[in-house]
Design a protein. Structure first.
Length: 450
């Protein structure tokens, strides 16, 4: 099982890169993670049939009930063609087996440490590749950092992954697994690609990744004392980011230094360009959400359940495009995950996913009180859940395999470990013995006087 997970990690960081960026493999190789999902699904089903109980809190059952109902109702209400149904299921279901796998196969602390070690190794390898992309491979495009994405799908995906990796590095420091010099090296190394690709979201995600892990320390660990070096490290990281950003942005004709961008009102124009009102020339993040609200508002069923999973999406295979695929370019359906959810699964589907995020965050926070590998994962994952929640407004993150598979798998681990922790506390062996009142003995063997 552990080998299957490690193969998944390697495949999501390499297959897309070898196929789309280097073009040295056939396009079918991008399906390797999905084939591994199929193997994981067979393992899950075999264990359930064999009598293995799924270690999952009932609240996640609520999410899956909403999830399945929204998908099926959307397909039926829109009379979705069979090809689009297949594409929609592929987009929404392919990650689920790796969420379910930890529920029927409890990974040991040693295996979890190995998985986190492999993941950090893959993240560290992104930095030399990002340097090569910025100054060698795409040196002729110095006016933009967009091509700097390592082996990730986009530069935004790379930044999101690096910030989540920094949250894990900080957690290792707080748990005394690494010392301060290693923390500084780790943050500098993982933070460098976010500077080279000029993603402004780093200004928001980096402070959360550095500071928030201290908020989820076990009781009695005095997190405020540990915040002092973290604040210093966070300030140094942000200052370094601003210096590198302002240096590289000079290669862009219309580039603005961060000071001007933050103080001269450009943030509002960046997020909401006015395209939704017919004024802007490109679709901003908030424009896409406004357009989605407008697009589904004419019909109560579409408000609730959208146009159907996969029905407002493009497909690499002919005949699998959604019936409303033209909306993708016209209205920026895939600009953010929020807008994508609203178009395809409506407000009910979006609410279901928000519930999932809350459940994962709550379980990660509960798990962070433990002093083992699972507790370390819970502490880091509570921060990741916050960052991923913010990312719903940032990009269409579930279109990024390297982001989505990791989120679903480790969320499954967190859900399983939190469930096991609840069961331990509820078991009779874990409860204190009931207090017994002293027996009253009457003198001379007679009956008590009361």
């Amino acid at each position: 099982m552990n080998l299957l997970v490690i193969l998944l990690f390697i495949s999501i960081f390499t297959m897309g890169y070898l196929v789309h960026q280097l073009q040295v493999l056939s396009g079918y190789w991008v399906l390797v993670p999905e084939l591994l999902s199929g193997v994981a699904l067979l393992i899950v089903l075999a264990r359930l049939v064999g009598g293995r109980k799924a270690m999952l809190d009932w609240r996640y059952g609520v999410f899956f009930a909403i999830f399945v109902f929204v998908l099926l109702f959307g397909f039926l209400a829109q009379s979705t063609p069979a090809g689009v149904v297949v594409a929609g299921l592929r987009n929404y279901v392919k990650f689920i087996p790796f969420f379910l796998l930890p529920l029927v196969y409890p990974f040991t602390s040693r295996q979890l440490k190995m998985q986190m070690g492999v993941l950090l190794t893959l993240l560290f390898l992104q930095t030399p590749l990002a340097l090569y992309q910025r100054f060698v491979q795409f040196a002729d495009k110095m006016h933009t950092g967009d091509p700097v994405r390592g082996t990730a799908t986009t530069s935004s995906a790379l930044t999101l992954l690096m910030c989540c990796g920094i949250a894990l590095i900080v957690t290792l420091y707080l748990r005394k697994r690494i010392k301060l010099p290693m923390l500084l090296v780790g943050i500098a190394f993982l933070g460098l690609p976010t500077m080279l690709n000029e993603t402004k979201s780093t200004l928001l995600m980096m402070p959360i990744a550095v500071l928030a892990p201290a908020l989820f320390m076990p009781s009695g660990s005095r997190p405020l004392k540990k915040m002092i070096p973290l604040v210093a490290v966070g300030c140094a990281a942000l200052l370094s980011y601003m210096a590198v950003y302002n240096t590289l942005i000079q290669h862009r004709d219309d580039g603005k230094e961060l000071g001007s961008f933050l103080t001269e009102g450009h943030i509002e124009d960046y997020l909401y360009t006015g395209f939704a009102e017919g004024d802007g020339t490109w679709i901003g993040r908030f424009d896409s959400i406004a357009l989605a609200m407008r697009g589904i508002s004419g019909d109560p069923l579409r408000v609730a359940f959208g146009y159907g999973a996969g029905n407002v999406s493009e497909s690499a295979l002919p005949g699998f495009d959604g019936q409303y695929v033209a909306y993708v370019e016209l209205y920026g359906v895939d600009v953010t995950q929020i807008s994508n959810f609203m178009w395809e699964i409506g407000i009910v589907g979006l609410a279901g996913y928000l519930l999932l995020y809350w459940f994962v965050f709550r379980d990660a926070r509960r798990l962070s009180k433990r002093d083992d590998a699972a507790g370390m994962l819970g502490q880091a994952w509570a921060v990741v859940a916050v960052i991923m929640g913010m990312a719903l407004f940032y990009k269409s993150i579930f279109a990024m395999n390297e982001v989505a598979y990791l989120f679903w798998f480790f969320s499954g681990v967190v859900a399983r470990e939190a469930y096991a922790l609840r069961q331990e506390r509820r078991s009779p062996a874990a409860r204190p013995a009931p207090r017994r009142e002293p027996e009253v003995v009457a003198p001379y063997g007679g009956r008590p006087a009361f």
